[in-house]
Ligand binder design. Structure first.
Ligand code: NAP
Length: 283
Protein backbone atom coordinates (compact mmCIF):
# COMPACT_ATOMS: atom_id res chain seq x y z
CA UNK A 1 0.00 0.00 0.00
CA UNK A 2 1.33 3.47 -0.90
CA UNK A 3 1.19 6.46 1.40
CA UNK A 4 -0.43 9.30 -0.44
CA UNK A 5 0.83 12.72 0.67
CA UNK A 6 -1.69 14.87 2.55
CA UNK A 7 -2.05 18.56 3.23
CA UNK A 8 -3.55 20.25 6.26
CA UNK A 9 -6.35 22.70 5.55
CA UNK A 10 -7.11 25.47 8.04
CA UNK A 11 -5.40 23.28 10.61
CA UNK A 12 -8.55 21.16 10.76
CA UNK A 13 -8.71 18.79 7.82
CA UNK A 14 -6.08 16.47 6.36
CA UNK A 15 -6.73 16.20 2.65
CA UNK A 16 -4.92 13.62 0.51
CA UNK A 17 -3.30 14.91 -2.66
CA UNK A 18 -5.11 12.11 -4.54
CA UNK A 19 -8.64 10.83 -4.09
CA UNK A 20 -11.02 8.91 -6.34
CA UNK A 21 -13.87 10.48 -8.32
CA UNK A 22 -17.12 8.61 -8.93
CA UNK A 23 -18.92 10.43 -11.75
CA UNK A 24 -20.39 7.85 -14.17
CA UNK A 25 -20.08 5.02 -11.64
CA UNK A 26 -23.63 3.68 -11.40
CA UNK A 27 -25.07 5.94 -14.09
CA UNK A 28 -24.92 9.57 -15.11
CA UNK A 29 -28.04 11.50 -14.06
CA UNK A 30 -30.04 8.26 -13.73
CA UNK A 31 -29.11 5.05 -11.98
CA UNK A 32 -27.60 2.26 -14.04
CA UNK A 33 -27.10 -0.94 -12.06
CA UNK A 34 -25.47 -3.03 -14.78
CA UNK A 35 -21.89 -2.56 -13.62
CA UNK A 36 -22.47 -2.25 -9.87
CA UNK A 37 -19.99 -4.95 -8.93
CA UNK A 38 -17.35 -3.50 -11.21
CA UNK A 39 -17.61 -0.07 -9.55
CA UNK A 40 -17.69 -1.46 -6.02
CA UNK A 41 -14.64 -3.61 -6.73
CA UNK A 42 -12.81 -0.62 -8.20
CA UNK A 43 -13.54 1.50 -5.12
CA UNK A 44 -12.47 -1.29 -2.78
CA UNK A 45 -9.31 -1.87 -4.79
CA UNK A 46 -8.48 1.85 -4.56
CA UNK A 47 -9.07 1.89 -0.78
CA UNK A 48 -6.88 -1.20 -0.35
CA UNK A 49 -4.18 0.51 -2.39
CA UNK A 50 -4.04 3.58 -0.13
CA UNK A 51 -6.76 5.95 -1.37
CA UNK A 52 -8.94 7.27 1.47
CA UNK A 53 -10.75 10.21 -0.14
CA UNK A 54 -13.84 9.39 -2.22
CA UNK A 55 -15.60 12.18 -4.09
CA UNK A 56 -19.26 11.70 -4.94
CA UNK A 57 -22.45 13.78 -5.24
CA UNK A 58 -26.17 13.54 -4.61
CA UNK A 59 -26.95 13.77 -8.31
CA UNK A 60 -24.52 11.12 -9.55
CA UNK A 61 -26.47 8.16 -10.91
CA UNK A 62 -29.63 9.78 -9.51
CA UNK A 63 -28.29 8.94 -6.01
CA UNK A 64 -27.17 5.43 -6.90
CA UNK A 65 -23.48 6.37 -6.91
CA UNK A 66 -23.66 7.27 -3.22
CA UNK A 67 -25.26 3.87 -2.59
CA UNK A 68 -22.35 2.17 -4.32
CA UNK A 69 -19.88 4.16 -2.22
CA UNK A 70 -21.80 3.11 0.89
CA UNK A 71 -21.49 -0.52 -0.12
CA UNK A 72 -17.80 -0.26 -1.05
CA UNK A 73 -16.71 1.29 2.27
CA UNK A 74 -18.45 -1.26 4.48
CA UNK A 75 -15.32 -3.30 5.26
CA UNK A 76 -13.15 -0.26 5.94
CA UNK A 77 -12.66 1.79 9.08
CA UNK A 78 -15.01 4.73 8.66
CA UNK A 79 -12.87 7.14 10.67
CA UNK A 80 -9.96 6.61 8.29
CA UNK A 81 -11.99 7.59 5.25
CA UNK A 82 -12.78 11.00 3.88
CA UNK A 83 -16.11 11.11 2.07
CA UNK A 84 -16.96 14.19 0.05
CA UNK A 85 -20.47 14.59 -1.29
CA UNK A 86 -22.35 17.52 -2.77
CA UNK A 87 -25.77 19.11 -2.72
CA UNK A 88 -27.04 19.93 -6.20
CA UNK A 89 -27.10 23.57 -7.29
CA UNK A 90 -30.79 23.02 -8.00
CA UNK A 91 -31.46 22.32 -4.31
CA UNK A 92 -29.94 25.26 -2.48
CA UNK A 93 -32.96 26.43 -0.48
CA UNK A 94 -32.55 26.10 3.29
CA UNK A 95 -34.75 23.03 3.77
CA UNK A 96 -33.58 21.52 0.48
CA UNK A 97 -29.95 21.54 1.59
CA UNK A 98 -30.76 19.81 4.85
CA UNK A 99 -32.99 17.25 3.12
CA UNK A 100 -30.25 16.54 0.57
CA UNK A 101 -27.67 15.94 3.31
CA UNK A 102 -30.05 13.58 5.11
CA UNK A 103 -30.68 11.58 1.93
CA UNK A 104 -26.95 11.38 1.23
CA UNK A 105 -26.35 10.01 4.72
CA UNK A 106 -28.93 7.28 4.13
CA UNK A 107 -27.54 6.31 0.75
CA UNK A 108 -23.97 6.33 2.02
CA UNK A 109 -25.10 4.40 5.11
CA UNK A 110 -23.03 6.60 7.34
CA UNK A 111 -23.64 8.93 10.30
CA UNK A 112 -21.73 11.92 9.02
CA UNK A 113 -20.31 13.49 5.88
CA UNK A 114 -16.68 14.53 6.10
CA UNK A 115 -16.83 17.23 3.46
CA UNK A 116 -20.09 18.62 2.09
CA UNK A 117 -19.92 20.81 -1.02
CA UNK A 118 -22.30 23.14 -2.79
CA UNK A 119 -22.07 21.52 -6.23
CA UNK A 120 -22.50 24.73 -8.22
CA UNK A 121 -23.75 28.22 -7.45
CA UNK A 122 -27.27 29.13 -8.49
CA UNK A 123 -28.52 32.73 -8.40
CA UNK A 124 -32.08 31.41 -7.96
CA UNK A 125 -31.23 30.77 -4.29
CA UNK A 126 -29.76 33.42 -1.98
CA UNK A 127 -26.44 32.20 -0.62
CA UNK A 128 -27.56 33.38 2.82
CA UNK A 129 -30.23 30.64 2.80
CA UNK A 130 -27.83 27.94 1.64
CA UNK A 131 -25.25 28.94 4.21
CA UNK A 132 -27.83 29.06 7.02
CA UNK A 133 -28.52 25.39 6.33
CA UNK A 134 -24.83 24.53 6.07
CA UNK A 135 -24.06 26.33 9.34
CA UNK A 136 -26.79 24.28 11.00
CA UNK A 137 -25.50 20.99 9.55
CA UNK A 138 -22.03 21.88 10.84
CA UNK A 139 -23.38 22.71 14.29
CA UNK A 140 -25.24 19.37 14.42
CA UNK A 141 -22.07 17.61 13.21
CA UNK A 142 -24.04 15.99 10.39
CA UNK A 143 -21.27 17.37 8.21
CA UNK A 144 -17.73 17.76 9.56
CA UNK A 145 -16.59 20.38 7.04
CA UNK A 146 -17.97 22.25 4.08
CA UNK A 147 -16.71 23.53 0.76
CA UNK A 148 -17.77 24.84 -2.63
CA UNK A 149 -17.60 23.69 -6.20
CA UNK A 150 -17.43 25.69 -9.41
CA UNK A 151 -17.48 28.97 -7.47
CA UNK A 152 -15.96 32.14 -8.91
CA UNK A 153 -14.01 34.50 -6.62
CA UNK A 154 -16.80 37.01 -5.97
CA UNK A 155 -19.11 34.27 -4.71
CA UNK A 156 -16.42 32.70 -2.53
CA UNK A 157 -16.03 36.13 -0.93
CA UNK A 158 -19.78 36.26 -0.34
CA UNK A 159 -19.75 32.85 1.35
CA UNK A 160 -16.91 33.99 3.62
CA UNK A 161 -19.21 36.69 4.98
CA UNK A 162 -21.96 34.17 5.77
CA UNK A 163 -20.15 31.73 8.03
CA UNK A 164 -17.49 31.51 10.72
CA UNK A 165 -16.50 28.07 9.45
CA UNK A 166 -13.55 27.79 7.08
CA UNK A 167 -14.16 26.93 3.43
CA UNK A 168 -12.14 23.76 3.04
CA UNK A 169 -12.08 23.48 -0.72
CA UNK A 170 -13.34 24.85 -4.01
CA UNK A 171 -13.69 21.99 -6.47
CA UNK A 172 -13.12 23.23 -10.01
CA UNK A 173 -12.24 21.94 -13.43
CA UNK A 174 -8.48 22.19 -13.76
CA UNK A 175 -5.84 20.13 -15.51
CA UNK A 176 -2.68 20.47 -17.56
CA UNK A 177 -4.68 21.37 -20.68
CA UNK A 178 -7.66 23.21 -19.13
CA UNK A 179 -6.32 26.25 -17.33
CA UNK A 180 -8.62 29.23 -17.68
CA UNK A 181 -11.54 28.17 -19.84
CA UNK A 182 -13.56 25.46 -18.15
CA UNK A 183 -17.10 24.24 -18.72
CA UNK A 184 -18.43 26.25 -15.75
CA UNK A 185 -15.66 28.67 -14.79
CA UNK A 186 -13.13 30.92 -16.43
CA UNK A 187 -9.91 32.24 -14.92
CA UNK A 188 -9.22 29.14 -12.83
CA UNK A 189 -5.45 29.49 -13.04
CA UNK A 190 -5.40 33.28 -13.31
CA UNK A 191 -7.83 34.15 -10.51
CA UNK A 192 -9.61 31.37 -8.66
CA UNK A 193 -6.60 29.26 -7.65
CA UNK A 194 -4.47 32.24 -6.49
CA UNK A 195 -7.42 33.56 -4.46
CA UNK A 196 -7.96 30.16 -2.83
CA UNK A 197 -4.25 29.76 -2.10
CA UNK A 198 -4.09 33.21 -0.51
CA UNK A 199 -7.02 32.30 1.72
CA UNK A 200 -5.92 28.80 2.72
CA UNK A 201 -8.71 27.16 0.71
CA UNK A 202 -7.67 23.97 -1.06
CA UNK A 203 -8.47 23.51 -4.74
CA UNK A 204 -9.81 20.11 -5.72
CA UNK A 205 -9.20 19.58 -9.42
CA UNK A 206 -11.98 17.77 -11.21
CA UNK A 207 -11.30 16.14 -14.61
CA UNK A 208 -7.61 15.99 -13.63
CA UNK A 209 -6.67 13.38 -16.24
CA UNK A 210 -8.68 14.95 -19.04
CA UNK A 211 -10.97 11.93 -19.27
CA UNK A 212 -7.97 9.84 -20.28
CA UNK A 213 -7.81 11.72 -23.57
CA UNK A 214 -4.50 13.25 -24.55
CA UNK A 215 -3.13 13.28 -28.07
CA UNK A 216 0.64 12.74 -27.67
CA UNK A 217 1.25 14.14 -31.17
CA UNK A 218 0.05 17.54 -30.01
CA UNK A 219 2.07 17.65 -26.79
CA UNK A 220 5.71 16.69 -27.41
CA UNK A 221 6.80 18.34 -24.13
CA UNK A 222 4.61 15.99 -22.07
CA UNK A 223 5.88 13.02 -24.04
CA UNK A 224 9.51 14.02 -23.56
CA UNK A 225 9.02 14.50 -19.79
CA UNK A 226 7.26 11.14 -19.58
CA UNK A 227 10.36 9.62 -21.18
CA UNK A 228 12.74 11.56 -18.94
CA UNK A 229 11.04 10.40 -15.72
CA UNK A 230 10.06 6.99 -17.08
CA UNK A 231 6.37 7.73 -16.39
CA UNK A 232 3.21 7.87 -18.46
CA UNK A 233 1.86 11.14 -19.86
CA UNK A 234 -1.02 10.98 -17.35
CA UNK A 235 1.42 10.60 -14.47
CA UNK A 236 3.19 13.74 -15.66
CA UNK A 237 -0.15 15.57 -15.91
CA UNK A 238 -1.24 14.47 -12.42
CA UNK A 239 2.13 15.10 -10.79
CA UNK A 240 2.20 18.64 -12.22
CA UNK A 241 -1.25 19.26 -10.77
CA UNK A 242 -0.78 17.94 -7.26
CA UNK A 243 2.63 19.54 -6.84
CA UNK A 244 0.94 22.91 -6.74
CA UNK A 245 0.34 24.35 -3.26
CA UNK A 246 -3.09 23.44 -1.88
CA UNK A 247 -4.13 21.63 -5.08
CA UNK A 248 -5.44 18.05 -4.88
CA UNK A 249 -6.91 15.78 -7.56
CA UNK A 250 -9.79 13.28 -7.73
CA UNK A 251 -9.52 11.30 -10.99
CA UNK A 252 -12.30 8.85 -11.67
CA UNK A 253 -10.50 5.56 -12.11
CA UNK A 254 -11.93 2.07 -12.27
CA UNK A 255 -9.32 0.19 -14.29
CA UNK A 256 -6.88 -1.26 -11.73
CA UNK A 257 -4.00 -0.26 -13.97
CA UNK A 258 -5.18 3.37 -13.83
CA UNK A 259 -5.56 3.23 -10.05
CA UNK A 260 -2.00 1.93 -9.61
CA UNK A 261 -0.68 4.39 -12.17
CA UNK A 262 -2.34 7.41 -10.57
CA UNK A 263 -1.22 6.47 -7.08
CA UNK A 264 2.34 6.07 -8.39
CA UNK A 265 2.03 9.59 -9.84
CA UNK A 266 2.07 10.91 -6.25
CA UNK A 267 5.35 9.16 -5.46
CA UNK A 268 7.91 11.10 -7.51
CA UNK A 269 9.23 14.64 -7.74
CA UNK A 270 9.81 16.55 -10.96
CA UNK A 271 12.46 19.24 -11.22
CA UNK A 272 11.17 22.78 -10.79
CA UNK A 273 12.45 23.66 -14.23
CA UNK A 274 10.23 20.98 -15.76
CA UNK A 275 7.23 22.22 -13.80
CA UNK A 276 7.81 25.66 -15.17
CA UNK A 277 7.95 24.36 -18.72
CA UNK A 278 4.58 22.68 -18.15
CA UNK A 279 3.23 25.87 -16.52
CA UNK A 280 4.11 27.80 -19.64
CA UNK A 281 2.97 25.11 -22.07
CA UNK A 282 -0.64 26.28 -22.29
CA UNK A 283 -0.13 30.01 -21.69
N1 NAP B 1 -17.72 19.37 -9.10
C1 NAP B 1 -18.06 19.14 -10.36
O1 NAP B 1 -18.82 19.88 -10.97
C2 NAP B 1 -17.48 17.96 -11.05
C3 NAP B 1 -17.63 17.81 -12.44
C4 NAP B 1 -17.07 16.68 -13.04
C5 NAP B 1 -16.40 15.75 -12.27
N2 NAP B 1 -16.30 15.91 -10.91
C6 NAP B 1 -15.59 14.91 -10.06
O2 NAP B 1 -14.27 14.79 -10.53
C7 NAP B 1 -14.01 13.42 -10.86
C8 NAP B 1 -12.99 13.33 -11.99
O3 NAP B 1 -13.47 13.96 -13.17
P1 NAP B 1 -13.97 13.12 -14.44
O4 NAP B 1 -14.42 11.78 -14.02
O5 NAP B 1 -14.94 13.96 -15.16
O6 NAP B 1 -12.66 13.06 -15.37
P2 NAP B 1 -11.20 12.39 -15.21
O7 NAP B 1 -10.97 11.92 -13.84
O8 NAP B 1 -10.23 13.36 -15.80
O9 NAP B 1 -11.28 11.16 -16.23
C9 NAP B 1 -11.82 9.91 -15.90
C10 NAP B 1 -11.53 8.97 -17.07
O10 NAP B 1 -10.11 8.85 -17.23
C11 NAP B 1 -9.73 7.50 -17.18
N3 NAP B 1 -8.43 7.44 -16.47
C12 NAP B 1 -8.19 7.56 -15.13
N4 NAP B 1 -6.88 7.47 -14.89
C13 NAP B 1 -6.26 7.29 -16.09
C14 NAP B 1 -4.92 7.10 -16.48
N5 NAP B 1 -3.91 7.08 -15.59
N6 NAP B 1 -4.64 6.93 -17.80
C15 NAP B 1 -5.62 6.94 -18.71
N7 NAP B 1 -6.94 7.11 -18.42
C16 NAP B 1 -7.25 7.28 -17.10
C17 NAP B 1 -10.83 6.76 -16.46
O11 NAP B 1 -10.90 5.43 -16.95
P3 NAP B 1 -11.26 4.14 -16.06
O12 NAP B 1 -12.48 4.47 -15.26
O13 NAP B 1 -11.45 3.08 -17.07
O14 NAP B 1 -10.08 3.85 -15.14
C18 NAP B 1 -12.05 7.58 -16.85
O15 NAP B 1 -12.54 7.14 -18.11
C19 NAP B 1 -15.39 12.87 -11.18
O16 NAP B 1 -15.43 11.48 -11.19
C20 NAP B 1 -16.22 13.52 -10.11
O17 NAP B 1 -16.08 12.83 -8.87
C21 NAP B 1 -16.82 17.00 -10.30
Amino acid sequence: MSTIPEIRIHDQLSLPKLGIGTWEMGGRQKQDIQLDNHWINALMYALDAGIRHIDTAAIYGGGHTEELVGRAIKGFKREQLLITTKVSGDNLGRDMVRASAEKSLKRLETDYIDLFLVHWPNPAFPLSETMAAINQLLAQKTIRHFGLSNFPVHLIREVMQLTDAPIMTNQIEFNLLTRNKGSYNTGMEAEIIPFCQQNGISVTAWRPVMKGLLDPQRWPLIVSLARKYDRTVFQIALNWLISKPLVVAIPKMSDKKHIDENIAATQFVMQIHDHMLLDEMCN
